[in-house]
Design a protein around this ligand. Structure first.
Ligand SMILES: *Cc1c(COP(=O)(O)O)cnc(C)c1O
Length: 385
């Protein structure tokens, strides 16, 4: 997606995407996957970072197979990587054969096998089948798959890939992981499947039994935590940094409140001998995907931000375009005084305040925060291969 703001002087927020970190993350996942092929899931505009930038970098890193949610995303991937293999997870949508054929998109068929074979039959276009093994979201039942195999409907058009998706891979000890793996194994053992795939990012970390012929990481490529223990200790490199411009620095007396609803009251500060707190109001808000649920109040602390690598707490609610942070205890606060705060930017997500920490403060997951980042940021892509 193109940034609305081409000039960072005109922008309230800036989003820096480290394509070198994206490539490193793919390399690490590729190594962890052993002999299995490592693909890349680039649905939802590559989890918000931008298909047009992410896909060429991943291709240069060595990635050859991509997954998207919808055919239109597939068309964008095709332009960015003309020789890639591209799978569409939504499957085959009625009356769209020319799109799949002209852009060489491969549907991941869930139930609509008859309409796909009817439409594509004489062309024998490549496709995949997704099997239902316990998540009960998308996928063909094993009994339907077995009936298809028995009826020889697939005799002349076997799928090029058979996949399933894990529901609980982020919890390594969840019993559903092994149940789904066993169900998948049993089925792919019974038929000649050209290629098989089970693992998302978290599934890769479950170990070699889960890797099969191809793995499908998404969130880990973009630096997000995929397994529970990655919240503390994430082996992936951060890919995005979000910063917001300071619009005003002000002193506010104890007893006053900050922002909509007056939900957070200023407490006295030791630093200023109880006199005041120094707040900075920043040019980003929930309209930029900095979720309202990350806000702070008297009863619940919110997310942190950072300036020069030192963390500062949010104070009050997140507004549409604005958020306020408490700078009082920052060691360099004197350097913001006068008009010196102009041209200063505060980190909202990045090396000091990780994506998953902000997501946690906003009571959600890194996936939602990433895919919510809006279109107003001035975007910069660095360290491309
Ligand atoms: C989104 C998705 C993935 C990637 O999942 P992550 O948890 O982001 O690694 C893999 N497979 C399917 C079917 C998906 O829908």
């Amino acid at each position: 997606m193109n940034s609305l703001s081409e000039n960072s002087d005109l922008a309230g927020g800036r989003l820096t995407v480290d394509l070198g970190a994206l490539a490193d993350n793919w390399q690490l996942l590729n190594q962890l996957s052993g002999s299995g092929e490592c693909s890349a899931v680039v649905k939802s505009d590559a989890y918000g970072i931008g298909i047009e930038q992410a896909v060429p970098t991943l291709w240069k890193a060595g990635c050859r197979t991509f997954f998207v949610a919808l055919p239109e995303e597939g068309i964008r991937v095709r332009k960015a990587a003309p020789d890639a293999i591209i799978y569409v997870l939504a499957g085959y949508l009625p009356r769209t054969l020319e799109i799949y054929r002209d852009h060489a998109l491969r549907p991941v068929i869930n139930d609509e096998i008859n309409s796909w074979i009817e439409a594509s039959g004489k062309d024998r276009l490549p496709y995949a089948i997704q099997l239902e093994t316990g998540m009960n979201r998308l996928g063909m039942s094993i009994s339907k798959f077995e009936a298809l195999q028995a009826s020889e409907v697939l005799a002349s058009c076997q799928p090029d890939l058979v996949i399933s998706h894990l529901a609980c891979a982020d919890s390594p000890n969840h019993p559903l992981n092994e149940m789904q793996r066993a169900e998948f194994q049993k089925t792919v053992d019974r038929y000649v499947c050209k290629n098989t795939s089970l693992a998302n990012s978290a599934g890769i970390f479950l170990g070699p039994d889960y890797h099969y012929d191809l793995v499908r990481p998404g969130i880990a490529l973009y630096g997000g935590a995929s397994a529970e223990d990655h919240l503390q200790n994430n082996p992936m490199r951060p890919v995005i940094c979000v910063e917001a411009r300071i619009l005003q620095v002000k002193s506010v007396l104890p007893g006053s409140s900050v922002g909509y609803g007056g939900v957070e009251t200023i407490r006295p500060s030791d630093r200023t001998a109880g006199r005041e707190r120094i707040l900075a109001t920043l040019s980003a808000g929930y309209s930029d995907g900095y979720l309202r649920s990350a806000g702070s109040s008297d009863t619940q602390s919110g997310a942190f931000a950072a300036w020069r690598g030192v963390r500062v707490p949010l104070i009050g609610r997140v507004s549409m375009d604005l958020v306020t942070v408490d700078m009082t205890d920052h060691p360099d606060i004197d350097q913001l005084m006068g008009d010196n705060w102009q041209d200063e930017w505060i980190e909202l997500i990045g090396p000091t305040v990780p994506l998953d920490e902000v997501a946690c403060s906003a009571k959600t997951i890194g996936y939602e925060l990433l895919t919510s980042l809006g279109t107003r940021y001035h975007r910069t892509y660095i360290n491309d291969l």
